[in-house]
Design a protein around this ligand. Structure first.
Ligand SMILES: *[C@@H]1O[C@H](CO)[C@@H](O)[C@H](O)[C@H]1NC(C)=O
Ligand SMILES: *[C@@H]1O[C@H](CO)[C@@H](O)[C@H](O)[C@H]1NC(C)=O
Ligand SMILES: *[C@@H]1O[C@H](CO)[C@@H](O)[C@H](O)[C@H]1NC(C)=O
Ligand SMILES: *[C@@H]1O[C@H](CO)[C@@H](O)[C@H](O)[C@H]1NC(C)=O
Ligand SMILES: *[C@@H]1O[C@H](CO)[C@@H](O)[C@H](O)[C@H]1NC(C)=O
Length: 396
């Protein structure tokens, strides 16, 4: 499960050569209007940066200033051979939900259809999501369930680099990578309160060769979630907590076909999360999740450190065993240690229709926070090598 290497020859080439053409958003009127909408200025600057023929360009958001951005899409293809979006300042989202609801939008800042885009600079994106959280049907049962916007969305980008940014308080997901290829994400600092609903850190879908490294993620949902259509994904050096852990899935909802393969999660630290490393698939789905490795993971007071749930179904409906499921096979857990907040340190609940095949565990040590821990499995083949605590047995 090897992802792309940290420094490709492409990148070295992009760092040398003549200096890029710099397009400063302030030169297009941004930041001068005292808290008013800077979106048009940003779009005008983007058109200029994107249209720098046969040149490298830099879209610059200067340091020390705050800009208000409405939902906006920065679109390619560009004539520039590469674009660096250098975000040093702070971007603020409007807190009023009608901005999205009135236009039925589900994204705040989107980059779409761009080759060789680098987004970096140490700046901050603030989603100001409080109004979304308090009106969420998860926290407030009588409210209608509405999908909230993702703060930073990348769609159909190739040779994408995203690094050194702070993304906070998103309305829902913080960063989404979709239909993209050859992606390096690193040094992101993502924060939202532990109680904020559905605020995933980094969400990967339908993307290939994605590397996510050295990020700190503290939110109210999955720190990293990887869903269907994703292959060759490497997640390394993640600190996660609070949050729901690192998750593959859910896959196969509404009888759909799903496929995730060749995922490596390593050198993760999970602190006080509800799950540690999880694979979750729906009953009635099709397809497979395979060749997934979790290694060198350290858990601190995690409620369900290691979990496969192949029987997931809608908690609001009765859950009948269905005749199909997403196959789960060749899953490796190596060198996983730390503490479990609950008795169930490890649980593999697989379906009768499609077993979990080829689970290999090696060098596991998950002790309780002052209580015993257990490992159980159902409808799975599990090999246990090296030191294993707690030892796994078939659920009776
Ligand atoms: C892009 O640049 C070309 C000339 O190089 C110009 O004709 C065209 O109008 C520009 N497009 C935009 C969207 O600025
Ligand atoms: C939000 O925007 C809508 C429509 O533009 C407006 O009617 C409403 O008063 C605003 N709400 C707040 C709290 O500013
Ligand atoms: C096991 O994982 C921990 C991190 O949780 C790491 O520090 C240690 O070096 C790993 N051990 C081996 C033998 O790789
Ligand atoms: C462990 O987690 C549980 C539940 O998440 C929490 O109640 C408890 O205070 C935590 N213990 C420590 C030592 O952090
Ligand atoms: C699946 O697991 C259950 C519970 O352990 C067991 O009763 C059942 O026989 C298993 N089904 C198959 C097909 O192995």
């Amino acid at each position: 499960a090897d992802g792309p290497t940290a420094e490709s020859s492409d990148e070295l080439r992009l760092r040398s050569g003549p200096p890029p053409r710099v397009v400063d958003v302030d030169d297009y009127g941004a930041g001068s209007n005292g808290g008013c909408d800077d979106t048009e200025a940003f779009l005008a600057a983007w058109r200029e940066a994107c249209n720098s023929t046969d040149y490298r360009s830099m879209f610059l958001v200067p340091e020390g200033k705050t800009y208000l951005l409405m939902p906006v899409t920065f679109r390619g293809p560009c004539r520039a051979i590469s674009i660096t979006a250098m975000i040093k300042g702070t971007l603020e989202a409007p807190s009023n939900r009608s901005v999205w609801l009135d236009r039925n939008l589900q994204e705040w800042i989107t980059f779409e259809g761009i080759d060789r885009l680098h987004v970096l600079g140490g700046g901050t994106l603030n989603g100001n999501g409080q109004q979304w959280w308090i009106n969420s049907c998860k926290l407030n049962k009588p409210m209608r369930c509405i999908k909230g916007p993702t703060a930073l969305y990348f769609r159909r980008c190739t040779h994408l680099v995203v690094e050194d940014l702070q993304v906070r308080d998103s309305m829902q997901m913080h960063v989404a990578i979709s239909y993209s290829w050859n992606v390096l994400v690193s040094k992101l600092f993502i924060t939202a309160p532990g109680w904020s609903p559905n605020t995933d850190g980094i969400h990967v879908s339908n993307s290939k060769e994605v590397s996510i490294s050295d990020c700190t993620i503290s939110t109210g949902d999955d720190c990293v979630s990887i869903v269907s259509g994703s292959m060759f994904v490497r997640v390394t050096g993640i600190f996660c907590g609070p949050g729901h852990g690192i998750s593959i899935g859910s896959l196969g909802a509404s009888n759909s076909w799903a496929h995730v393969s060749d995922v490596l999660v390593e050198k993760a630290t999970l602190q006080g999360t509800t799950n540690g490393v999880r694979i979750k698939t729906w009953q009635g789905g099709h397809g497979f999740a395979e060749r997934i490795t979790f290694q060198d993971v350290s858990m601190h007071n995690v409620t369900n450190p290691v979990i496969i749930d192949q029987n997931y179904c809608d908690p609001r409906k009765p859950c009948h065993e269905q005749g199909s499921g997403v196959a789960v096979r060749n899953i490796h857990y190596r060198n996983i240690s730390g503490t479990s907040a609950s008795k169930v340190a490890i649980s593999f609940i697989c379906s009768e229709a499609v077993h979990c095949d080829g689970i290999v565990m090696q060098d596991i040590n998950l002790v309780g926070e002052g209580r015993h821990t257990a490992c159980s499995y159902r409808n799975a083949t599990v090999a246990q090598l090296g030191y294993i605590f707690p030892f796994c047995s078939v659920e009776m």
